[in-house]
Design a protein around this ligand. Structure first.
Ligand code: RTP
Ligand code: MG
Length: 140
């Protein structure tokens, strides 16, 4: 197992319901360490850049509006196999398909308002972390 870093977002539906600490407890219970964290309000341009891979998808406009609707919490998580492990802790994109005990099963409201983001590869994790954190904000 390799020690990795992944990028996480606690999405607006979760911050709105005051679930930051609740989500963090799932992260920490899984053995992942929150090594950087801040609460921010995304600009439209930041949200469009972050989700650029989905710009041709029918839900893109809705996704961007959702992501800028309330503050989010951006995080860097560190641990063994952090990328895959956090995807497991989050559960499937659609909460209807998410496994028991996952963040999305327990908190997500819908496929769009699904409480958490986690990088889908080590390469994307590095790109996403660099979008939101400078090196001296991350203390591993
Ligand atoms: P994420 O990137 O946020 O970690 O989620 P993911 O990998 O599980 O899912 P992805 O396919 O990358 O989709 C990104 C986000 O877009 C929203 N979405 N809405 N209305 C819809 O059908 C739909 N499909 C996706 C979700 O917020 C999803 O997490
Ligand atoms: Mg994704």
């Amino acid at each position: 197992m390799a020690l990795e870093r992944t990028f996480s977002i606690i999405k607006p539906d979760a911050t709105r319901r005051n679930l930051t600490g609740a989500v963090n407890s799932y992260i920490e219970k899984a053995g992942l360490r929150i090594i950087a964290q801040k609460r921010i309000l995304l600009t439209k341009a930041q949200a469009e850049t972050f989700y650029a891979v989905h710009k041709e998808r029918p839900f893109f406009g809705e996704l961007v509006e959702f992501m800028i609707s309330e503050p989010i919490v951006v995080q860097v998580l560190q641990g063994d196999d952090a990328v895959a492990k956090y995807r497991e802790v989050m559960g499937a994109t659609n909460p209807a398909n998410a496994a028991e005990g996952t963040i999305r099963k327990d908190f997500a409201l819908s496929v769009g308002e699904n409480s958490a983001h986690g990088s889908d590869s080590l390469e994307n994790a590095a790109i996403e972390i660099a979008q939101f954190f400078s090196g001296n904000e991350i203390v591993g």
